[in-house]
Design a protein around this ligand. Structure first.
Ligand code: HEC
Length: 231
């Protein structure tokens, strides 16, 4: 159909009817030049956004109701900083409630950290050097005496389970190991009920009473002769 002679350079004629060739050439250029790429973020579907927000809210509400005692600080001593799956808000102690410390557990811990070095973990002591606490008549006897031994120490000759010792034990109370009355009561309760010993518990009130009244002002260690005079 092309009637235009490719050799004919007359622009007027070219305008009137472009050759197949030139049309193809122009199109090929147009096809090569793709549109500029543009940033293309398709917005999140609204329903998905709503669904996720609802989930987050529900999880937050669920956690508040099932937080397992996490940071439910009823008092400073009670502050639970770990998740406890058995936590039951109904059984939680009320605000300001004193936490009961098991004297035997406290006593055992303090025995291990201080007394065991000399009296040994099994309470049998070291023959000739450190007297035994297991089955000792001092331990299971009058609390008046052992409270004093712990408060201020003990020195000089002493007979325990028929054997003589002559050494010195440092004060465990103020000025020595600085045990509180509560720790002294706990460790005494522990040694009175461990290794087959069975004697009544010692209260911290009794320790306080002896420290502040009966033996007030005492700073030196006791001797067994002095203690024998105390009922
Ligand atoms: C540094 C060593 C040492 C430590 C620590 C020590 N004791 Fe003693 N304890 C002795 C010695 C030594 C004697 C005997 C003292 C004497 O010969 O006059 C003694 C005597 C005793 C007695 C009277 C005698 C007997 O065997 O029943 C008791 C009770 C006692 N200690 C309890 C304790 C308790 C409880 C603790 C820890 C809170 C403790 N001791 C810590 C060295 C120690």
């Amino acid at each position: 159909m092309s009637a235009v002679d490719p050799q004919d350079k007359n622009p007027k004629i070219e305008q009137a009817g472009a050759s197949d060739e030139s049309i193809q050439q122009v199109h090929s250029i147009l096809l090569r030049e793709k549109p500029e790429p543009e940033e293309n973020h398709s917005p999140m579907p609204l329903f998905l956004l709503g669904f996720i927000s609802a989930m987050v809210l529900m999880v937050a509400i669920y956690f508040v109701h099932n937080s397992g005692g996490l940071s439910q600080s009823f008092s400073f001593k009670q502050a639970a900083m770990v998740y406890d799956e058995r936590f039951d808000p109904k059984n939680a102690p009320s605000a300001g409630a004193e936490v009961k410390i098991d004297p035997l557990a406290l006593g055992k811990k303090n025995y291990a950290s201080v007394c065991a070095a000399c009296h040994q973990p099994n309470g049998l002591g070291v023959p000739g050097v450190y007297p035994p606490l297991a089955k000792s008549e001092w331990v299971t006897g009058s609390e008046e005496r052992i409270i004093r031994i712990l408060l201020h120490g003990l020195q000089g000759p002493i007979k325990v389970e028929g054997k003589e010792y002559n050494s010195a034990m440092p004060a465990i109370g103020p000025g020595g190991y600085n045990f509180s009355d509560e720790r002294i009561a706990a460790v005494l309760t522990y040694i009175r009920q461990e290794w087959g010993n069975s004697a009544p518990a010692v209260t911290k009130e009794k320790v306080t009473e002896i420290r502040t009244k009966a033996a007030a002002g005492r700073t030196t260690a006791w001797t067994s002769a002095e203690l024998d005079a105390i009922p």
